[in-house]
Design a protein around this ligand. Structure first.
Ligand SMILES: Cc1cc2nc3c(=O)[nH]c(=O)nc-3n(C[C@H](O)[C@H](O)[C@H](O)COP(=O)(O)OP(=O)(O)OC[C@H]3O[C@@H](n4cnc5c(N)ncnc54)[C@H](O)[C@@H]3O)c2cc1C
Length: 446
């Protein structure tokens, strides 16, 4: 079965590299970010062109093969790789083009956030995306895309103008609000369910630098600091974004101002007065430096487990549960990460895109990262329990991109019944055989 698949791929004059288990690069090429996703695909095709993508999609469909599509390889459950099937790896299609006059950026389907930032920032432009530069543009955008600029400029999908996508019939389509608008709606939160995006067109925004403040508070003061944090963030303008990482080593609060220099210090400094910080600093940072500042905290190939949800506010219940969770944490490698939303994210109706959670004030994750397989059970158990406790008081809906588990129930509860049904009809139209099923899967329903 695999030999026929391999020979069919081999006969198609694919420009990119075809890597099977005998290839020298196989063990490197099969790696993805999460070390727990240690899988052995039958073949990895590192595509170089849209034609390559079409050929791989057509061949996988003909063979009814399992097909994993890989952008940046950061899927938490390892959905961009598989055992025994085909991995369509877009990492070599990572070019970014800027049109300064039109304030647009185009990123190929395998670009990383860092590729996008490095291309836009020299022009004084940015696309609002995530907070770690080695994350893929594709997976992040297709799920929604939140980061330090979401409150100011919206989610990544809110800056998406158009995309080129190869659907399950191996046909390349251009989608936008004018061209195949239903499919354009579906890919703004519907994940990789609808095809392989080979190119994204984004609206860019003008931004040069930010003011960042970062303060470390002791764990013993966390409950009081977070109570003050709740009051402070309730009335900040959208140019101010904030978040925190809470571990058994301390509570790190970050505030970022992306507006005019005049208001910066007055907006950021109060985050250093939420209690008596052990240490802290405030300073101007280029956007590139901001975007790479936390990269090393989440390196490739460690073992990770993550679950998340939306909160209206950091209420007393949330604070109590997080303080209790940190009390039980196996090590400082187990954390809560919370990022403030609101602002421009809420400018769109919830139904405008499949992404759910427009009205949330915050997105939280419970997450652990560790190295030894024998520690899996302890870290996973902590994360599950921590997340269950916070989920009990979280809003309905969830963010598909930050869940280490997958399955119909997770997709259904993330999107809610009516959006899930709309997505399922579109899935039946564009991918009736569910070729693209390694994602938070929407089952096709005519
Ligand atoms: C270290 C880290 C930091 C993160 N930070 C943020 C953050 O700040 N904000 C945020 O919103 N999210 C964040 N995330 C979550 C992130 O958005 C998701 O993990 C996302 O899926 C990663 O995209 P990727 O292309 O790197 O992943 P991949 O593993 O390559 O793919 C993820 C999913 O998208 C599909 N896919 C990938 N490329 C394509 C394509 N070209 N066309 C169609 N489908 C495709 C895959 O099949 C898979 O289902 C982070 C994740 C990690 C691991």
């Amino acid at each position: 079965m695999h030999s026929k698949l391999l020979s069919d791929l081999g006969s198609q004059q694919i420009e990119g590299e075809i890597i099977d288990p005998r290839h020298d690069l196989y063990d490197r090429a099969r790696c993805v970010w999460n070390g727990t996703a240690d899988r052995r695909p039958a073949v990895i095709v590192q595509a170089l062109s849209v034609a390559d993508v079409e050929k791989v999609v057509a061949t996988a469909a003909d063979h009814a093969s399992l097909l994993a599509v890989r952008g940046g390889g950061h899927s938490l459950p390892g959905l961009s790789t598989c055992d025994g099937g085909v991995v369509l790896d877009l990492s070599r299609m990572n070019a970014v083009k800027i049109d300064r006059a039109a304030l647009r950026a185009e990123a190929q389907g395998g670009a990383l956030l860092g590729d996008l930032d490095k291309a836009t920032v020299p022009f004084g432009l940015v696309v609002p995306a995530g907070v770690i530069s080695h994350t893929g543009v594709a997976g992040l955008t297709l799920g929604g895309g939140m980061g330090w600029l979401s409150r100011r400029f919206g989610l990544t999908i809110d800056s998406l103008i158009a995309a080129d996508i190869v659907t399950a019939d191996a046909k390349a389509r251009h989608v936008s609000s004018e061209d195949e608008p239903d499919l354009f709606w579906a890919i703004r939160g519907g994940g990789g369910n609808f095809g392989v995006v080979t190119n994204f067109v984004f609206r860019t925004h003008e931004l040069r630098s930010v003011l960042i403040g970062n303060w470390a508070y002791p764990v013993s003061a966390a409950a009081s600091v977070l109570t003050h944090y709740r009051k402070l963030v309730a009335s900040v303008p959208r140019e101010l974004s904030s978040g925190f990482i809470f571990t058994s080593a301390g509570l790190q609060i970050t505030a970022i101002w992306s507006g005019a220099a005049a208001g910066a210090e007055a907006a950021v400094a109060p985050f250093g007065r939420l209690g008596s910080p052990d240490e802290g600093s405030m300073g101007e940072l280029s956007f590139l430096d901001l975007q790479t500042r936390f990269d090393e905290d989440l390196p490739w190939l460690r073992r990770y487990y993550t679950k998340g949800g939306f909160l209206n506010e950091i209420g007393d219940g949330a604070i109590e549960r997080m303080v209790g969770g940190i009390d039980r944490a196996p090590s400082p490698a187990a954390e809560y990460y919370v990022i403030q939303l609101g602002g421009a994210v809420a400018d769109f109706d919830d139904d405008a895109t499949p992404y759910t959670g427009r009205s949330a004030g915050h997105f939280w994750i419970a997450q652990a990262g560790w190295d030894r397989p024998e520690d899996d059970a302890g870290f996973v158990e902590w994360t599950r329990t921590a997340a269950t406790h916070l989920s009990e008081i979280s809003m309905r809906g969830n963010y598909v991109n930050e869940q280490a588990d997958f399955g119909k129930e997770i997709a259904l509860s993330a999107y809610g019944r009516s959006k899930y049904d709309r997505l399922a009809h579109l899935k039946a139209r564009y991918d009736p055989e569910n070729l693209f099923r390694l994602n938070q899967n929407i089952e096709p329903r005519p």
